[in-house]
Design a protein around this ligand. Structure first.
Ligand SMILES: Cc1cc2nc3c(=O)[nH]c(=O)nc-3n(C[C@H](O)[C@H](O)[C@H](O)COP(=O)(O)O)c2cc1C
Length: 150
């Protein structure tokens, strides 16, 4: 069974809802789902996964320190072995999100992971439809892994 690794930094009630939404969407498919905070996740999780979903807040123009810490610990142990891994990304940003997108894309370009969907940037004041967008992202990622099309 395909395995999806979901790594989300969720420091606020709203971002926790987004984390839960991507998981709920992913659970619509018959795949194995491993959910971690970036502080818990490490290279072994990535090596064991067929696809990766990333989620982070934007803080001070960049991804959360937690997600950066995950990459710092995982980059070299994964570099030679995870090229081509499908991934997707959502960003919760109070007003921007571009610095976070650039930062994550720079790192995953180095890793040669493969974006299977445009990153979602949930920008501005909180909106309830952010939850549905994250649900759909999780559902699409998991359905693609289940079908073996990634
Ligand atoms: C220290 C700090 C720095 C932040 N920096 C940015 C930023 O550079 N760009 C941005 O769009 N939002 C920024 N934000 C807003 C967060 O992205 C936002 O609070 C977070 O996504 C949680 O949103 P929520 O209140 O809807 O849960 C910052 C928030 C904090 C606490």
């Amino acid at each position: 069974m395909a395995r999806l690794l979901v790594i989300v930094h969720a420091p606020s009630p709203n971002t926790k809802r987004l984390f839960e939404a991507v998981l709920a969407g992913a659970h619509e498919s018959a795949i194995d789902i491993v959910a971690r905070s970036p502080f818990e996740a490490g290279p072994d999780d990535v090596l064991a996964a067929d696809g990766i979903m990333l989620g982070t807040t934007e803080n001070l123009g960049y991804m959360s320190g937690a997600l950066k810490d995950f990459f710092d610990r995982s980059y070299y142990p994964c570099l030679e072995q995870t090229q081509g891994r499908p991934y997707c990304l959502f960003i919760r940003a109070g007003h921007d999100g571009t610095g976070t997108r650039r930062g994550v894309e720079t790192i995953v370009t180095g890793l040669r992971w493969r974006a299977v969907q445009e990153p979602i940037i949930l920008r501005g004041d909180w909106r309830e439809d952010f939850v549905q967008q994250c649900h759909d992202l999780g559902a699409a990622m998991a359905a693609g892994l289940e079908a073996g099309i990634f």
